[in-house]
Design a protein around this ligand. Sequence first.
Ligand code: LLP
Length: 421
Amino acid sequence: MDHFLYRDGLLHAEDVPLDDIAATVGTPAYVYSHATLLRHFTLFDEALAGMPHLVCYSVKASSNLALLSILAEAGAGMDVVSEGEYRRARAAGVPGERIVFSGVGKTRPEMRTALEGGIRQFNLESEPEMRALSEVAVSLGVEAPVTIRVNPDVDARTHAKISTGKSENKFGIPIARAREVYAEAAKLPGLRVVGIDVHIGSQLTELEPFETAYRKVAELTAALRADGHAIDRLDLGGGLGIPYERSNSAPPLPVEYGEVVKRTVGQLGCEIQIEPGRLIAGNAGILLSRVVYVKQGEGRDFLILDAAMNDLIRPAMYDAWHDIVPVAEPAAGAETRPYDVVGPICESGDTFAKGRPMSPLREGDLVAFRSAGAYGAVMSSEYNSRLLAPEVLVRRDHFAVIRPRPSFDDMLARDRVPEWI
Ligand code: LLP
């Protein structure tokens, strides 16, 4: 459920008609709903009720400070993968003890920043990284709380580019070697083992891969405890998918996911941590765009929008589907016609949808890409020297620009031309 609904013939974000936002801010623009974001965080929090837990929002999904501040205030932890994300989480008011540092390539300066600023745990992904963190912690005279990310070799049955739990993926250490690696971690100075971490992929639309992975983690917990390690915390990653194509998909709900967690690891007496990103932010955002031209091609009509692959890369990168809906509500039973929906960028990959049935649209009409709140704005670029789309936050009947569109002067002013050219 989200808060982007038709009312009085117009698509609204909460109580604000989207054409108001387009008139004030221009297009393309990302628009987020405060209520939807909060609701999806709460769903996870409630799904884990009854177990000691912390929901750590995965900042990579959508990282605007305003969004992070909403979640911080609601008590969320944060999962970060770079110094930039760490600083964002801190700037949004998240205390260090609620921040988890993930990622395969944390650098020593990043480790130092997190240790000095406060950190709940590092999710370590390799032995070289473990040794580096030990050195950094010793040099600062502190102890770093760590988990080790294990790769359970489970097929998440999602897109290959976002699957992370198979042995061929770069993530974690093979679960079969976990005992040996934990033994080394326990001996290294400056590290304190606090638990186990696992994350098998993103946009999972079935629960079974989670169940298989979490059972393996439960077995490992017992084995590591028998080896004398204090396994008090399990970080079970993120990955629960969302219904991008509303007409024909209904992935499991957070409450059902929570049941799997309880069933597989609930009896271990561990604190449970999860790192969802997409399910919290995905349906809390849309990308608002305007039709620039309708062009008749050979046997097809092209809907040329002012949004492009630089604004929303997911269709080009993962062949991802996003529902694209007109802001002006089509009449009930109105005819549809197939459109190839494209952006203005100079490559054929700048295609959002092919042969997509839509009610007839004209130059100047507004459309919204649904489910664009996660991995949307954060993955945008200035390719073709297009300005980054602004971000807008709606709460009930008011809205605010939470990241303005830069000016062309801003864009040009970032470059330097050396005088010796
Ligand atoms: N934890 C770790 C260690 C991760 O690598 C990820 C996502 C998450 C948590 C959050 O997963 P989520 O709940 O959002 O599925 N750009 C791609 C998705 C990449 C996901 C990367 N890792 C897309 O647009 O589909």
